[in-house]
Design a protein around this ligand. Sequence first.
Ligand SMILES: Cc1cc2nc3c(=O)[nH]c(=O)nc-3n(C[C@H](O)[C@H](O)[C@H](O)COP(=O)(O)OP(=O)(O)OC[C@H]3O[C@@H](n4cnc5c(N)ncnc54)[C@H](O)[C@@H]3O)c2cc1C
Length: 508
Amino acid sequence: MVEKRIAIIGAGPGGLAAAMLLARRGFQVHVFEKAPVIGGRNAEVVLGDYRFDLGPTFLMMKFLLDELFEETGRSSNSYLDFRLLDPMYQLNFCDKTMLARSRPDDMKAEIEKAFPGEGRNLDKFLSAESKRFEKLYPCLQKPYGTLASLLSSTLLAAVPHISAGRSLHDVLSKYFNAEELRLAFTFQSKYLGMSPWDCPGLFTMIPYTEHAHGVYHVQGGLCRISEAFAKVAREEGALIHTSAPVKRVIVKGRKACGVELESGEKFDCDDVVINADFGYAMSHLFDEGVIRRYNPQAMKKKRFSCSTFMMYLGVDRTFDTQHHSIVFAEDYKKNLEDISLRKVTSNDISVYIRNSAVTDPTSAPAGHSALYILVPVPNNSSGIRWSEEKHAYRARVLQILQQRTEFRDLEKHIRTELIITPEDWESGKSVFMGATFNMGHGWNQMLYMRPHNEFEEVGNTYLVGGGTHPGSGLPTIFESARISSNLICQKYDVDYPRPKPFKEMKIA
Ligand SMILES: Cc1cc2nc3c(=O)[nH]c(=O)nc-3n(C[C@H](O)[C@H](O)[C@H](O)COP(=O)(O)OP(=O)(O)OC[C@H]3O[C@@H](n4cnc5c(N)ncnc54)[C@H](O)[C@@H]3O)c2cc1C
């Protein structure tokens, strides 16, 4: 046992992954979670007999999750029941549909069917992007807390592969000719809450890893991942306190030395790990004057991701669809500009639907479906009054689904539902500006320019989760937990397993 106490604020996937790793390495770990349940945005939503994921539904780079479990001496398969999805998803364009298949040969055939003559371009994409992935992946495993870290050999080796100054859409345009096919390989920037025309070109890593390494579902929902982290953390001695909101981080001489709960209870510790949404933490968890670089005024000037309008529908029939489907707006570029530049809602919107019952019988009773619907919308800097708009917006989403997908008579089969708007993300889930995918991932908000894993403003404080390096998807959140846990181990001279180079990863 290491005689050091760590307080982790928040039981989202980032906080729980850190709890698991640090407890395994012998630290005394206490997680304080504001909500009555664990998981944060990766929690479960239960509506009667229907079960949904609140947030993440696509698991990519599963090999990284496997590695985290291996570090604790366990196998992820003992805790989680994975399904490799094939098809990965269906894409609905205005005048055609295309399946994204998980094996390159099948994918090539699908491309040929929808976009004759373009199938062979997949080979060019996969072969060029595999080299980029290999160079960039090690950059995800390291902290960038000092200017000198920008000159590290890992980053210097990656520089020729970052496509500086080019957007994701620019980079993809060199592989594929048809605009819709380019969208099929660039819409993934929405996972970061960004548009392919703004998103830095290096994020071709995301469509590449989908096509090279697959997209997974976990039976019971991706929420089981956070639950599995919590289980391991507890097995290793961590204590997880739910309904335990932290009021503030106690700071003495610019170093954290404890946390004070809303109940008034104080908890002394050696280090604090913040998993609460970064923007929210900066504006709520420190006494006035403590935070300088990221004070509430400065935060308003940062670029944040879009938000999401969510509908969770318990439906009394089944639908013969893919597990994941995406319906593109008729004018997708304008749709994205409405979201991030003009910050307005419009009638021409893109919609993502997850019909988990086709893969996972635990999500709904037999003959029923649990539909998860996500619509990217502006974050709360838009001033949209969702409490007034939500009913009309719901009607528009259902109209699109009924007109353009297999969900034709959906509305009359809805038995139960929950809607979450950007206002709800902010007020109910403590997500700053309702920006569900955190701070944006533009060049000026990455690496050293992103809030550091070892927090630069307050000593003894570490960040994990989507607001810090490397970024806001599940795999990068897991990696943030590992980076911060490794930094804490380095500080106390505690041994820890070194992250494996990409070439040594076991990829199924
Ligand atoms: C709708 C949606 C869909 C997404 N889809 C995907 C996807 O398909 N694939 C993917 O890889 N990623 C996806 N993401 C992104 C990302 O994986 C999730 O948002 C992820 O859950 C974020 O994890 P986190 O650890 O950063 O923070 P969170 O999950 O937000 O956890 C933070 C925790 O801190 C707690 N907290 C806040 N304040 C306090 C306080 N004062 N005291 C105590 N606790 C506090 C919160 O209650 C919460 O539990 C999605 C996100 C959303 C919102």
